[in-house]
Write a protein that binds this ligand. Structure first.
Ligand code: C2E
Ligand code: MG
Ligand code: MG
Length: 678
């Protein structure tokens, strides 16, 4: 079926052509009668008679020519007005853009084909069993869209066969189609709308009561507009996809922040009227960055998807889970009768992550910190609730992670306090408020100090003694860690020299490096400068970096490590076991020691998994010719176990907490004494 302009001509011009032929026949008949009988009435004279005949002939020719001219011009005028009308229709449809297109199309189709109904419909899902109209024109007006199953309908045939035409009695052919019966449709012409790959994605049709007026016209018009309608359907699908993307998170398929906020707003208004409790839970994965840094983003993404899945499954149907971005999620709980209900659900959410995740061949443990804000108690608008839930989540992180916290007004003050601290920290270095404490490290026999770890403290003039956990993350965020870190290395080296100056044997001096500090291009030069300036023997300086730093950017890391090792200093891996670093990688780095994270040491004897991890780390490290240092040894039992596993060194409260330099000096003095006595 191909469209041609001829298809539209017979439509309204048939009557006119009939009229012209009838007129011509009538005129010819009148001419025959008149030219043979009338001249005889006026004259018997043969000469006059023949002149009269001539006169009649001439006048009849003039008359018939005039009549033909009138009808001919009317015919041409009608034809051209029809063509104009047709072009206008094409223009109207063609110029309609965006949302106007389908209404303009169905309107024009119905008007031009004189149909009672015209519609365009698209599939509701991949199964292609059901369609939903995108525009319907019915009896002179646009009406509401409708959805229907294709089974047993003329549209179903169109989808299967590409087109379908039923000029009349359609209800008999499709007895099970409720729609044709309800609308009392008799005729139907439809065409499948295919996308550029030829896949059907909708139907366009006209239908009406009684017999179809002009089948060819209807078929041709549908054919004419099918390509444009298909393109518009595709455009509509991609616009819907964009809308979807602006409302949903592409990784997890969960609603995003915008959608969450849009859904929350009316719920809060409703809750205000009904005085019901709603809770917003702000979730942040604990140490997710470690996984991303050590196993890569693909693993991180998989984990986020798996977490999204667990969250969705552990909540009720009416609760809304959204991903805000990164490792942050949000949950809206409705229909709570009391505040404690939110706490119960938060515990359930925490429990849901307890079973380890299996991601790309790794078994990953991940926990969450949750902040809870209740509406209306902690705010009755979206922004306040989200902000307060976020503040409460930060508090949950501060109190040790893997837990939840309700928002409390004082928490806002904590943030303000933090702001104050930030300013103070800028001045702390010049005001000499930073000091180093040293935690001794022991050989396994238990009484010989082999080295110390330098740990920073801040003696704040008003707030007193502040531990590194409360200001190092802030210093890392603001970049102040770079000058502070440099000061630590220098101070540690100077202290080491002072002990030597006091006649003590040199011992290992371990100094922690933060990620930002490690990534400074000039770090090896800075260390070299300090070593030179202080006269410290590089062999006694041990720089501790975390696994996460190690895995960040392998090329740069190796380069930086080699430059540091070239100075003669040692490098050890701190908090080993928390960063998911691939053990294979360890071989590639020029390392001196591994420090087993204290979270594993703590569980020795209590948690069989952790106990076997400790044994595994020790034997792995020894296979790689690395020394093993156990951190956080608090009990004789832990020490005994570590000794049995041939751990090389340890540090922990069992022997000594971090102490000021002069205390270490006394301990080292006793060390010396003990050695002399031996
Ligand atoms: P870290 O390097 O793993 O240091 C060991 C931490 O464990 C120290 O906490 C120490 O006091 C604590 N610890 C040692 N033995 C035990 C024990 O038996 N039980 C328990 N519960 N804890 C024990 P501290 O001094 O609060 O330092 C915390 C973290 O702050 C350090 O962890 C390190 O990552 C960071 N840090 C400390 N000083 C510096 C520094 O100068 N620069 C940088 N970048 N980070 C530092
Ligand atoms: Mg350390
Ligand atoms: Mg550590």
């Amino acid at each position: 079926m191909k469209f041609s302009f001829d298809d539209i001509r017979p439509f309204r011009t048939k009557g006119l052509i009939r009229l012209i032929i009838m007129s011509y026949v009538t005129l010819g008949f009148v001419w025959v009668v008149v030219s043979h009988s009338l001249p005889g009435l006026f004259s018997d004279d043969p000469q006059k008679y023949s002149r009269l005949i001539l006169l009649f002939d001439v006048s009849l020719i003039i008359l018939s020519a005039s009549v033909l001219a009138v009808f001919g011009s009317r015919f041409l005028a009608t034809l051209s007005s029809q063509q104009d009308e047709f072009y206008r229709m094409i223009r109207n449809v063609g110029s309609a853009r965006g949302q106007e297109f389908f209404p303009a199309l169905v309107y024009s189709l119905a008007e031009t084909t004189n149909a009672d109904y015209a519609f365009v419909a698209k599939f509701t899902d991949e199964s292609q069993q059901r369609v939903k109209t995108v525009a319907v024109f019915s009896h002179g007006q646009l009406v509401e869209n409708l959805e229907f199953d294709l089974e047993g309908t003329p549209c179903g045939v169109v989808v299967r066969e590409g087109s379908g035409c039923y000029p009349d009695k359609i209800r008999k052919l499709f007895p099970l189609d409720p729609l044709t019966h309800r609308l009392e449709v008799d005729n139907y012409v439809g065409i499948a709308l295919n996308d550029f790959s030829g896949r059907c994605h909708g139907v366009m049709a006209v239908a009406g009561k009684g017999a179809l007026g002009n089948q060819r016209l209807a078929e041709s018009l549908l054919e004419l507009f099918a390509v444009r309608a298909s393109a518009a359907l595709e455009g509509m699908a991609s616009r819907e996809a964009v809308d979807y993307m602006s409302m949903y998170d592409s990784l997890t398929g969960l609603p995003n922040r915008r959608m969450f906020a849009e859904q929350l707003a009316p719920i809060l208004i409703y809750a205000r009227q009904k005085s019901e409790i709603r809770a917003v839970l702000f979730l942040d994965l604990d140490r997710f960055k470690n996984i991303n840094d050590s196993l890569g983003h693909a693993a991180g993404d998989q984990l986020l998807k798996a977490v999204a899945d667990r969250l969705t499954r552990c909540l009720r149907h009416g609760d809304l889970v959204a991903r805000l971005g990164g490792d942050e999620f949000m949950i809206l709980l409705q229909g709570l009768t009391q505040k404690q209900d939110a706490a119960k659900i938060a515990s359930k959410v925490l429990d849901s992550l307890k079973t380890p995740f299996k991601i790309l061949g790794h078994e990953l443990h991940i926990a969450l910190s949750i902040g809870i804000a209740i509406s209306p108690e902690h705010g009755d608008d979206v922004d306040t609730l989200l902000k307060n839930a976020d503040t409460a989540m930060n508090r949950a992180k501060e109190v040790g992670r893997n837990t939840y916290q309700f928002f409390a007004a004082e928490m806002s003050t904590i943030s303000i306090t933090r702001l104050g601290l930030e300013n103070d920290l800028r001045k702390a270095l010049v005001r000499n408020e930073l000091i180093l404490h040293f935690q001794p490290q022991y050989a396994m026999e238990g009484d010989r100090i082999t080295g110390v770890e330098a740990l920073i403290r801040w003696q704040h003039p008003e707030r007193g003694f502040i531990l590194p956990g409360d200001f190092i993350p802030m210093a890392e965020e603001t970049g102040q860690i770079v000058p502070i870190g440099k000061w630590v290395i220098k101070e540690a080296c100077e202290q080491s020299r002072r002990w030597c100056g006091a006649g003590l044997a040199p011992i290992q001096m371990a100094v922690n490096l933060s990620a930002k500090q490690f990534l400074q291009q000039d770090l090896p030069d800075v260390v070299a400068g300090i070593l030179k300036e202080t006269g410290m023997d590089p062999a006694y300086l041990e720089l501790e970096i975390t696994e996460t730093i190690l895995m960040q950017n392998l090329e740069t890391t190796i380069d930086q490590l080699v430059r540091l090792m070239a100075l003669g200093v040692k490098i050890s891996i701190d908090d080993f076991g928390t960063g998911y670093s691939s053990l294979n990688y360890l071989k590639r780095f020029p390392l001196h020691a591994l420090k087993i994270d204290r979270s594993f040491v703590k569980d020795i004897g209590e948690d069989s998994d952790d106990t076997s991890i400790v044994s595994a780390i020790i034997s792995l490290a020894h296979n790689l010719s690395l020394e093993v240092v156990a951190e956080g040894v608090e009990t004789p039992a832990q020490l005994e176990f570590l000794r049995s596993q041939q751990c090389d060194r340890f540090q922990g409260f069992l022997m000594s907490t971090p102490v000021p330099a002069d205390s270490v000096q006394k301990m080292l003095g006793r060390n010396l004494l003990a050695a002399d006595m031996r």
